[in-house]
Design a protein around this ligand. Structure first.
Ligand SMILES: [Ca+2]
Ligand SMILES: [Ca+2]
Ligand SMILES: [Ca+2]
Length: 569
């Protein structure tokens, strides 16, 4: 069954160490010119290395990954492999935190021909092959030459427990240090780094790569074209609620008041507030379906339409927002304000075999990758996205909102679902191209270092913000430093997060203020387009609170939007 993979030759790993001595001592099979040359040896064997995170180690995930340690401190260069079982202690397991960087010291200069890192995949337990691994060389550990990036040889959905070597060959460079950069999107399990070459200096000199600021650095500028002109966006969920009030996850005109306008404690308008409104479906539906990619039952055409039915009501969501904006503009005269709308595109689920007919040929679209294969599923998922975007425009034009602009679409799934479909990135790229062809921008807010986060531009998003998830997880405040730095380094912005816990807990209010503090410290406050995640109507409730400490959450948010926020002394 291995023949279905792109390159089955690369999968051999276990046992290679034992036979390595035999292999390298055997005469070359071909190539007369090589006959006189010294045989290649594993220069890395027994050598020391460092294994680090690119930003501060995360408190929470450092604990998680400590169950799969580098037991001896040299498990990457001891010649021992772990087979295909992640629980084999020969593996080193690492989780999240963006990537890992290995810097190997050969202790003296040598001629390097080939570098390979051996890595495990075991999808059901969240161990994924990195999509690519990059290698660099140096003679002083300071100036590096990037010598190549090796993509995975397998489809991202390759089942079972298997390993592959990410092998870069034909290098022929003289160097002492080897650097390996490995993206970590969920778990990384690796067991051996090999550097094949000769202990001489017959190879070519290094030419250090330019290490100036990368082109993609910097936040998405507030109000810029890539953001659809949006400065500050608030997430507005809409959906079914089985408790009372049943319209709890719905916004009427009054609910929008403190989001469109900054209001005083008497709910009197003082200024404008958010200029972007991102509408998303609340994931669970009462019939057991779920807008998420894997939870509950797969959504179908009726569910996608149900979301739009909710959005395009007169008294709630878009209709209500239009009226709220109209009133605010009448009340707050002479101010330049435009309300921009962003609409989520639900995830066309790859476990849906009967989505419904979207192209009028009488045949229901099958999106199920396992049933019909990647190519056919991709084509049908593209039909669904195209139909949905067209349907949004049809309804938008029919509604004729006087005071709203449809600025962007938003990709609802918060990671590139490569473990579910090898072509999920292609669907996203198609979607971006399609919404741009209609005149809109394409947005994304992946969760903490979620799969595909650093490929956001390649995947065709116009802007992307990263969720720090600090508010919800048991980790250090420096999680926010990490995300601010990683976002900046990759041209992304930062999502700001709060839940109804700020209404009752001083601890959670402090957590929220940490976002604002760090956003100010890292200059996102004054430079970046940003988005605010709230738990349904958190900011509305804060604006109405009689408790000054709770009301302050709303006031501080306004100050942040205006760029005047300062941390409490
Ligand atoms: Ca090893
Ligand atoms: Ca280990
Ligand atoms: Ca059809």
């Amino acid at each position: 069954m291995m023949t279905q993979y792109k390159n089955k030759m690369r999968k051999f790993s276990a046992g290679l160490a034992l036979s390595l001595a035999l292999l390298v001592s055997a005469p070359p099979l071909s190539g007369l010119a090589q006959e006189a040359e010294a045989p290649l040896v594993n220069l890395a064997l027994g050598k020391n290395y460092t294994l680090t995170t690119p930003y501060q180690p995360d408190r929470q995930f450092s604990i998680t990954e400590s169950s799969y340690p580098d037991d001896t401190g040299n498990q990457l260069t001891d010649g021992i492999y772990g087979g295909t079982t992640f629980s084999n202690s020969a593996f080193i397991g690492r989780i999240w935190q963006g990537s890992r960087i290995v810097v190997l010291d050969l202790e003296s200069q040598a001629t390097i021909q080939e570098i390979s890192l051996n890595v495990l995949q075991d999808i059901p337990v969240g161990i994924f092959f990195p999509e690519e691994i990059s290698y660099s060389l140096s003679n002083n550990g300071v100036a590096w030459e990037d010598v190549g990036t090796v993509p995975s040889s397998y489809p991202t959905t390759a089942p079972g427990q298997l390993t592959q070597k990410y092998t870069l060959s034909g290098i022929n460079k003289v160097a002492r240090y080897v650097k390996v950069n490995i993206p970590v999107e969920t778990w990384l399990f690796m067991d051996e780094l090999e550097v094949l070459g000769t202990w001489d200096q017959s190879g070519n000199h290094l030419i250090p790569s330019a290490n100036g600021p990368k082109q993609e650095r910097g936040y998405p500028k507030a109000g810029s074209e890539q953001t659809g002109g949006i400065h500050n966006e608030v997430l507005i969920y809409t959906g079914e609620w089985q408790y009372q009030p049943s319209d709890w996850i719905s916004f009427d005109k009054e609910d929008f008041l403190p989001y469109v306008s900054y209001v005083d404690t008497n709910q009197k308008r003082k200024d404008f507030m958010f200029d972007g409104f991102l509408f998303l479906p609340y994931a669970p539906l009462m019939d057991g379906a779920n807008y998420g990619p894997t939870t509950g039952n797969p959504t179908n055409k009726g569910h996608f339409e149900a979301f739009l039915d909710r959005l395009f009501r007169d008294d709630y969501e878009l209709g209500a927002l239009n009226e709220a904006v109209k009133e605010a503009k009448a009340d707050l005269k002479k101010r330049n304000y435009e309300a921009k709308v962003v609409i989520a595109i639900p995830f066309p689920r790859v476990d849906q075999s009967d989505f419904g007919d979207v192209d009028g040929d009488g045949i229901s679209e099958n999106l199920n990758v396992k049933e019909i294969g990647e190519e056919a599923a991709l084509a049908n998922r593209q039909k669904v996205v195209k139909w949905y975007v067209d349907e949004v425009y049809r309804r938008w034009e029919a509604a004729g909102y006087s005071d709203l602009k449809l600025a962007a679409f938003y990709w609802y799934n918060e990671y590139v679902a490569h473990q579910l479909s090898d072509t999920d990135d292609e669907l996203i790229q198609f979607t971006g191209d399609y919404v741009r062809s209609k005149g809109a921008k394409f947005q994304w807010i992946p969760y903490y270092f979620a799969r595909g986060w650093n490929d956001w531009k390649k995947n065709g998003f116009d802007s992307a913000l990263m969720q720090p998830n600090y508010f919800f997880q048991n980790t250090g405040e420096d999680r926010l430093d990490t995300i601010a730095q990683a976002a900046y380094d990759h041209g992304m912005g930062i999502e700001i997060e709060l839940s109804d816990n700020v209404l009752t807990s001083a601890d959670y209010r402090q957590r929220y203020y940490s976002y604002l503090n760090k956003g100010r410290e890292y200059h996102a406050m004054n430079q970046s387009y940003s988005a605010f995640y709230q738990q349904v109507k958190t900011l509305l409730q804060a604006s109405k609170s009689a408790d000054p400490a709770v009301r302050e959450v709303y006031d501080k948010t306004y100050e942040y939007l205006k760029g005047t926020y300062k941390p409490a002394k």
